[in-house]
Design a binder for this molecule. Structure first.
Ligand code: DAH
Length: 342
């Protein structure tokens, strides 16, 4: 026979549990019946007053009632909590119209995107990267490249002079000399970075970027040069654009050539960018002049080489069909965004 007092506690507790209006009230009932000073704990104290033989049965019954109440509590608690969440969802509203300052993802500037693409193509041919100072000694920018102080070639580049013997480098070709002086051939180097000239119009900036390549090895010929540049141009622009080599003159190469690409803006029909020629010049190239080897104290003809220097902005213009070189330094986000991969 179950102790009547226990039956009373159980029934009252179940009634209260089911009548609880919310989980907080339910918890109060739990404390009231199952807590440390709750009704069931108090009931346990009755045990002391019972005859010895009734004690085990009473203890068992208390435990059974406790387990039953705990199960009931868990069930009611789950029901109440679910209802409370539902009510919260119905009553609470998120104001999604509030405007936020979205942080946009940044990305590479098109000039660096193009530079990196060029690196990765040239790296496949075994070239590795070099840099050089932006303020160059006159010697590295001109003299060592076979452009002596009174040489008419100095007129080709309108230079920003820093002082009597230093200039803002007008091209990346001085990197060739640093590399020849400091390293042992065979060499395959790529140099890059900003260069400076007193020049500004639809196709020229006073501060633009160049990419320089130099290969020094045994028995180098124009065929090696043309093969390397043709491969590079094809990989960079895709097979759709045409390339041509025009005989030219640079003091640091002999023979020299200029490299042109067919104009993508007018599809070679003639426009202001290609000056109505259908072709855009991307840079110069040639076999390294023995005078340059002599300046850098590299034995010639034991070692021979070719070099090339391209304008990075030009390459970007041709690849992406940009109509004005002056877009690059402006950093107008509407322009830059068009080069984002995000
Ligand atoms: N330095 C030349 C310029 O700025 C470009 C150039 C021409 C670089 C021929 C070279 C080269 O390495 O071989 O116009």
């Amino acid at each position: 026979m179950v102790n009547q007092h226990l039956i009373d506690i159980k029934q009252k507790a179940l009634k209260d549990f089911h009548a609880a209006k919310n989980s907080q009230e339910l918890y109060q009932f739990k404390v009231q019946y199952l807590g440390k000073t709750g009704a069931l704990t108090e009931a346990m104290k009755m045990m002391a007053t019972l005859p010895k033989e009734e004690k085990p049965l009473f203890g068992k019954q208390v435990n059974e009632v406790k387990a039953e109440l705990e199960t009931a509590y868990t069930g009611v608690e789950a029901t109440l909590q679910r209802a409370e969440i539902d009510a919260k969802m119905l009553n609470e509203k998120l104001d999604l119209t509030l405007s936020v300052n979205a942080h946009e993802m940044g990305h590479e500037h098109p000039i660096y995107k193009v530079t990196n693409e060029i690196f990765s193509i040239m790296a496949r041919l075994g070239y590795s990267l070099r840099t050089g100072p932006l303020i160059e000694k006159d010697y590295y920018n001109f003299e060592a490249l076979n452009i002596p102080p009174d040489h008419p070639a100095r007129d080709m580049q309108d230079t920003f002079f820093v002082d009597e013997t230093h200039v803002l480098r007008t091209h990346t070709s001085p990197i060739q000399i640093h590399s020849l002086e400091n390293e042992k051939p065979p060499l395959r180097v790529i140099g890059t970075g900003p260069v400076f000239r007193v020049d500004s119009d639809i196709s020229h900036l006073p501060n633009f970027h160049q990419i320089e390549g130099m290969c020094v090895d045994k028995k180098i010929s124009m065929a090696d040069l043309k093969g390397t540049i043709s491969f590079f141009v094809r990989e960079f622009f895709g097979p759709g654009l045409k390339t041509r080599f025009r005989p030219s003159f640079f003091p640091f190469t002999e023979p020299s050539a200029e490299v042109d690409c067919s104009c993508p803006i007018c599809k070679s029909k003639g426009c202001s960018l290609c000056k109505q020629t259908g072709w855009i010049e991307i840079g110069g190239c040639g076999l390294i002049n023995p005078k340059v080897f002599e300046s850098a104290k590299v034995p010639y003809p034991e070692w021979q080489g070719f070099a090339f220097g391209f304008g990075v902005e030009r390459m970007a213009i041709i690849k992406y069909g940009v109509d004005d070189i002056r877009h690059f330094p402006k950093n107008d986000v509407r322009f830059l965004k068009q080069f984002s991969q995000n």
